[in-house]
Design a protein around this ligand. Sequence first.
Ligand code: KG4
Ligand code: ZN
Length: 344
Amino acid sequence: GQPVTVLGLESSCDDSAAAIVRLHGDGRAEVLAERVINQNSDHAPFGGVVPEIAARSHAERMDHLAREVMEEARLEFGALDAIAATAGPGLIGGVMAALMTAKGLAIGAGKPLIAVNHLEGHALSPRLVEPLPFPWLLLLVSGGHTQLVSVEGVGQMTRLGSTIDDAAGEAFDKSAKVLGLGFPGGPALEKLAAEATDPSRFPLPRMLAHDKSCNFSFAGLKTAVKRSYDAVEAPTDANRADLAAAAQAAIAAHLAERTGRALDLYAAHNPQARVLVAAGGVAANTAVRKALIREAETRGFRTLFPPLKYCTDNAAMIALAGAERFRLGISDDLDVPARARWPL
Ligand code: KG4
Ligand code: ZN
C-alpha cells in the first residue's frame, strides 16, 4: 500500500506536542519531525498539574508547534493525508487546545480530521519502534494512567484492569512529597532509594492482598509511607533513603503482581503472542522494570519498553494512531467533541 503521512497534536495533560509520522505499507513507521514542550516547571510550585495553567499554556503553543514540525519535515499542509489530535481522555481545557487547532488546520487544508483516544495512542506506541504484530499486553503506568490492556488491533482493545484510586505515578509523586522531594517525584525518589541500606526496616502494606482482579490501588500506600515517616523521631538521610526504597519496592511489587495476573489471563486467549509492552513514565523506573521482566520471563513473555520519549506523552503516538485509523478508512466529523472521560 501507499505510505500515509499524518500530523498529530497532543495536549491532554502537561505536555504540548506535535509530530509528523509516515506509516509505510509494510507497517514501518517513520517519524519525520517531533516536538514536545513539557510544563513541569510551570506546575512544580503547586506539586501537581494545575488544569487552568496547563490549558492556557497549551492554547498559546499549539499553532506554533504544528508549524514548526511542518517546517522541520519540509512539508506543506497539502502533502498530509490527515490531521490527528488527541480528543480525550484528559484535562478538558487542555484537550480542546490540540483538537481545536487540528480542526482549524483540517478545514484550512481540506484534509480529514482524526480524533484519537490518547490511551489508544499509548497502546500503539511500540509500533513507532518496530512493526510489532497484534496482539500484545500493555501495562501503561504514568502520572495519569495505570491500566492493563490487551491490544488486539486498532480500535480493538480490552481493558483487563485499572487503578481504583491513585495512578502509579501519583504513588511515586505522593511518597516523594512525604519525603520532602520536589515534583515530579518519581525520578527523585528512585535516586534517593539507590542510597538505601535497609529498606526492610519500613514494612509497608501489600495492596489489594485479597483481591483476585487485575486492578490496582495505591491510596493506602501513601498513607502508610506518611505514617512510617511521622513515626521516625528525627529523620536522617539514611532513614529517608530506606523509606524511599521501601515505597519503591512496594509499588514495583504491586505492579508486577497485578501484571502477572493479567499475563495469565491474556495468555489463556493468546497462547502464541507472548509480548508484554510497558509504557509510561513509571516504566522508566529500574526496580519496576526488573520486577516486570521477572513476571514476564517466568511465563515465557518478552518484555518491550519503548524508548522513554515514546513512553511518556508525545504526539508521534497520536500521529501514528491517526495514520493507522486513516489506513483503515476511519476519520471523524468536524464536530467531534473533546472528552474528559473516554474509556477504551
Ligand atoms: O508518562 P509520564 O511522563 O506522563 C504523565 O503522566 O504526565 O509520567 C509521569 C509520571 C510521574 O508521576 C513521575 O513521577 C513518574 O512518571 N516517573 C517515575 C520515574 N520517571 C517518571 N516514577 C518512578 N521512577 C522513575 N524513574
Ligand atoms: Zn499519557
